[in-house]
Each structure stands twice: as C-alpha cells, then as structure tokens.
Ligand binder design. Sequence first.
Ligand code: C5P
Length: 289
Amino acid sequence: MAANPDAVKVFAPAKINLFLHVGNKRDDGYHALESLVVFADVGDELLIEPAKAFSLALDGPFGGKLVEEQDNLIAKAARALGAKAGRSPDVKITLTKNLPVASGIGGGSADAAATLRGLAQFWGLKIPHAEMNAIAETLGSDVPACLLSETLWMTGRGEGIEPVTGIPPAPMVLVNPGVAVSTAQIFTNLKNRVGLGQAAKPKADLSVLALADYFKSNRNDLENPAREIAPAIDEVLRAISHRGALRTRMSGSGATCFGLFVDDRSAEAAAAKISEDHPRWWVKKARIQ
Ligand code: C5P
C-alpha cells in the first residue's frame, strides 16, 4: 500500500445530461433510463486531510445549504469505502460547494464519487473499478457515472455505463433559478416520454454545430414534469435562448438548464448578460470536459 499523502484535493465536476430519455418503472421502483452524460469544467472541490475522527467542513457559495444535513452523501461514501477497506474513515473532508444543491447537475453524486476517488488515493487503496462501482451504486443512481466523470452513455437506472467519444469540448452556460427540485417528485409527475431505444450514439467526432444538430433527435423527458413543478425553468430556458444559445435544455431532473454556444466568447457574453438581467440566478460559463 502506498504511503498516505498529507492531503488530497479532488475535483467533483458538474454532470450534465445532454439528453435524458425515460423508460418504464422497474420492479425496484427506479425507472430505466437512456442518457448521454458529459462533465463540465466547473464543479465542487474536496480537500481530504488526516484527522482523529471523521468530520465534514463546508464552505463555498452553497456550503450553507448543506449545514443542516451533516449525514450527507460524502459521509455515507466515506463510511462505505472505509468498511470496504476495513478502516474507520478518520479524515477531515472540506467541501467547497460551488454547485447549487438539488439542481440536476449531480452535485451530491459528484461529491460522493469524488470522496470515493479521493479516499482511495489518500489511503493508497487498490480496489478494482467494478468494486468501486458497486459501492457507488449503493449511494445513488448518478454516482457510478460521476465516478468515471467522462463523457458516457448511461443505461439501467444509471449503473449501465459506456464511455462515448465524439462530443466536442463545447462552450456552455449553466443557469439555475434557485429552486430546488426533488428528483423523486419529478419522476412521479412524468407522463409523456420518448422512452428507450430511440436515441443514437454520435457516429463521428461532432463539431459544436453538429452537436447542436444532434439535439434535434432527442430531448429530456423530465423537462415537462419539472416545468410544471418549477415554472421558473421556462423563464431560464427563454433567457438562455434570448442570449444566443444554439440549443437550450434542462439537465437531469432540473432545475439547472444549459445553453450550448458556438464559441467561448459568446458563452461568456451571454453568461454576463443573463447574470445582469437575473442577479439572483446562479449563472456559470462552462465547457464540456
Ligand atoms: O438514486 P437517486 O437517489 O438519485 O434517486 C432519487 C429518486 O429518483 C429515486 O428514489 C426514484 O424515485 C427516482 N429515480 C428513478 N429512476 C432512476 C433514478 C432515480 O425513478 N433511474
């Protein structure tokens, strides 16, 4: 086993569903999905340091939102990996929460996955990926995808993962109106859907314009039920579109939406304008990693 480093820093990138099609509800209560998932160059940051007992410190713009919820996914991930490694999770984890909470871009799942990656490095563990994946699955449907944190094709309830190539490092603007939505509630409200087997993987390396075109053949099935619960999503989609996006869509179960932009400059300009028009919204220029 490698010696413990003094501290480990881990990046927990935002997860974005370029499209999300929902199939039938399965016997275990989860819905079967098909989704093209990418990761952004914006996200939360974790710092893992030695300690006598487990503790979680929160900072960053959204750290305050998690204060009431100490037993969050980071603590669960640390305990689960500790159990696997036969040790107590005696570390201090500082989470810099840059991403809005319960917002459809993975936040909690990305943090849990980053905890698994970071602690494995901190403890010098050599756990096969399949076993890490099995732990990730117990923490949430998006955690296996976030463990990989690379462009991927998602199936099953989220555990079916296949890396995908051909998606360009496209400029984006992410916008959240500050309305937290419950994933479970959005799935309950779902009526019409595209369903499975309708979407195709990209066949070649796509330009940003070709990616915009690709969006014509798919959608986010959770967008309509989310718009019913959080009408602010309509306003967000309109605002991004109004500022020149090639395409706009909601990610995951919302309420964060993204716009795809032709280049970084137009994405930056759009982000600045949307922030100016809506000072209470979370607005971030990003790029697919
Ligand atoms: O797995 P996770 O905790 O993210 O799921 C939250 C809720 O979202 C589940 O309890 C379920 O109601 C719903 N869900 C679903 N099908 C999925 C993923 C989530 O119905 N594939």
